[in-house]
Design a protein around this ligand. Structure first.
Ligand SMILES: [Zn+2]
Length: 165
């Protein structure tokens, strides 16, 4: 009886890999490589971000990111990480890492991408958020960076990633 059940599940899993309707492969590590250490870093921070509905930073990421994967196509497209519309998987460039960007930088990116799964699937103004007030992915990232004292990085994003063209 158990074998029949397993075969049924295995068949279901195979269907899940259909790229037209991608779903989460739960056999993989949810946060691969150093991304788990970034989640752990967020867990040590008791600050309550004003845009995250009272959740802790790590709770927010864990609630909204069902699966992260390293994907070299992300770097080829010129990004550090992205979420594709309708795809529950967060795609991360291997080059977007703690060694290059720092723990807080990667943590800020992870919060940014988590926001995309929480009602802000795209940026309202192309590659920008139109305003801080909309509370999109960049707003979440910027407020986090300011909380961590990365004022120059946050100021750069306020200048380059917020506002209409
Ligand atoms: Zn984004």
């Amino acid at each position: 009886m158990k074998n029949v059940l397993f075969a049924t599940l295995a068949g279901f899993m195979a269907g899940c890999s259909n790229p037209i309707s991608p779903t989460v492969d739960t056999s993989k590590e949810r946060f691969p490589g150093e991304l788990q250490s970034v989640v752990n870093f967020l867990r040590e921070d008791s600050w309550r971000h004003p845009l995250l509905g009272g959740m802790s930073l790590a709770e927010y990421v864990e609630k909204h990111v069902a699966q992260a994967v390293y994907d070299p196509a992300v770097a080829k497209a010129g990004f550090g990480a992205y979420v594709l519309p309708g795809d529950p998987v967060l795609r991360w460039s291997p080059q977007h890492n703690i060694a290059n960007t720092g723990m807080e930088g990667i943590a800020g990116s992870l919060l940014h991408e988590a926001r995309h799964f929480d009602g802000f699937p795209t940026h309202e103004c192309g590659h920008r958020d139109c305003s801080m007030a909309e509370g999109g992915a960049y707003a979440v990232q910027i407020l986090y960076l300011e909380h961590r004292g990365l004022m120059d990085v946050a100021a750069g994003l306020r200048r380059d990633a917020i506002g209409r063209w």
